[in-house]
Design a protein around this ligand. Structure first.
Ligand code: REY
Length: 432
């Protein structure tokens, strides 16, 4: 299999950090290791964002709405039919849209539109699983095989290894979607069992020793879905509904697997073929059975911000469990991108730290992030995929929204920081 170069880079970076930190690194140790890994990087602290010179603290920065629009224009210029961003902060809600949500009718992108959120689903699955931890039904450091006897070939793989992408279970989607359009068409209407998906992973060599390194893999969150079903005796759809969607009133959020439609006002998704210039493929309708609890949910921008904000404010989990979810280790050597339990942390150029997740499912790129206090949230999406430049451009909405108009002096310039999440992420843009 051809390993895309960002993945090679990440693998090397993860290995380096594993050597430096001796395996699983808490955020503080990761930062301590940073000067070696990224010479010249300003130190960040685990306890809070870097101070920003000039008026105001990061918490008071207003979004730069012109920069937000520019990021969306860059996204459509890079090949997305449409893009949108929705920011919630102390001064209310701002939305921006560019391009179309439906190429056949020419209907404009709509900030209320529903779309496929891909791996942002992983954060929902994690919350359900951690509620089961809060209820004493699952323990984070127990072997997966103690709940699902004989499922995995290694009794050392724990529940926490799944949630931190440190199980070493190969990501079956790498081979499934090596050829983008044929790969997609071969699964678009398929219905897989969880066991079939795990079987595809186990047919490949494992990537790391349990716990040794971060290696993003959809397989981890397929097994999380199995754990949820095993512990509750119900499908994940019921648990998302009962534990998150209903209590938070998320009326645009659903899990309809193996249904193929996105009901109500929605954006159509358009997949870029690998061949430059070939026509886009309308990928709106699909089972997303290849992802299920790792990536098959539907939502909209407002619901994603409500969810992320409620999560960090402690409305869904007990304090100790939320702390565990927010305890991060680096995903690469930039010292700006981290992963907790089913949750990313990005440290932006202005020092602000945001928590959330990214998502890629054929036809849709998503970013859903919030500040630690949950007071400022951004959800942005583009209705395309397999188009790295569009994903990178969409990532620009984070800087525009959270770093806003703060002066570009101090740490930002000192670090020469250019925030391009897609460029160094294993799951972005190639898969995820
Ligand atoms: C898989 C392929 C994306 C996407 C993926 N998404 O793993 C999970 C995530 C749920 O982390 C596809 N890429 C694309 C290719 C590459 O076909 N040849 O970009 O649509 O969000």
């Amino acid at each position: 299999m051809r390993l895309p170069s960002p993945q090679r880079r990440l693998a090397a970076g993860a290995a380096l950090l594993a050597v430096i930190g001796g395996g699983l690194l808490p955020a503080t140790a990761a930062h301590a290791a940073a000067p070696t890994a990224t010479p010249g990087a300003a130190p960040a602290t685990a306890s809070g964002p870097l101070p920003v010179p000039g008026p105001g603290t990061p918490g008071q920065v207003a979004p730069d709405l012109e920069a937000l629009t520019q990021a969306l224009r860059n996204t459509t210029a890079a090949g997305a039919p449409g893009a949108m961003a929705r920011f919630t902060g102390p001064d209310g809600v701002s939305t921006r849209v560019e391009g179309v949500r439906d190429r056949s009718t020419g209907a404009a992108m709509d900030p209320k539109a529903r779309f496929r959120i891909g791996s942002v689903t992983k954060t929902f699955s994690t919350v359900v699983l951690l509620q089961l931890v809060d209820e004493g039904r699952i323990q984070l450091d127990k072997p997966v095989n103690s709940y699902l006897p004989g499922l995995l070939p290694d009794d050392r793989i724990t529940v926490r290894h799944l949630l931190t992408h440190r199980s070493g279970l190969a990501d079956y989607t790498n081979t499934m979607f090596e050829q983008t359009v044929p790969g997609f068409e071969s699964v678009r209407n398929k219905v897989f069992t969880y066991r079939e998906l795990v079987g595809l992973s186990l047919a490949e060599p494992r990537t790391t020793e349990p716990g040794a390194a971060y290696k993003y893999s959809n397989t981890n969150f397929v097994v999380v879905g199995m754990l949820i079903e095993e512990a509750t005796g119900k499908g994940v759809a019921k648990e998302y509904e009962r534990r998150i969607i209903k209590p938070l009133g998320l009326r645009n959020t659903s899990y309809v697997h193996p249904g193929t439609a996105i009901k109500g006002l929605h954006a159509n998704g358009y997949l870029h073929p690998d061949e430059e210039g070939a026509p886009l493929v309308d990928s709106t309708e699909q089972t997303v059975s290849w992802a299920q609890s790792a990536g098959a949910m539907i939502s909209n921008a407002a619901d994603l911000s409500t969810f992320m904000s409620a999560l960090v404010r402690g409305r869904l989990l007990r304090p100790a469990t939320l702390d565990a979810m927010l305890t991060v280790t680096p995903t690469d050597t930039t010292n700006t991108r981290f992963y907790g339990l089913g949750l990313r942390r990005y440290d932006l150029s202005c020092g602000t730290q945001v928590y959330g997740h990214t998502g890629t499912v054929q036809g849709f790129y998503t970013y859903a992030f919030t500040t630690r206090d949950g007071k400022r949230s951004l959800s942005s999406m583009a209705n395309t995929s397999n188009r790295g430049q569009a994903n990178t451009a969409l990532g620009g909405t984070l800087e525009a929204a959270f770093c806003g108009k703060a002066p570009a002096a101090g740490p930002a310039t000192a670090r020469g920081f250019a925030f391009a999440p897609a460029a160094a992420e294993a799951d972005l843009p190639e898969h995820g």
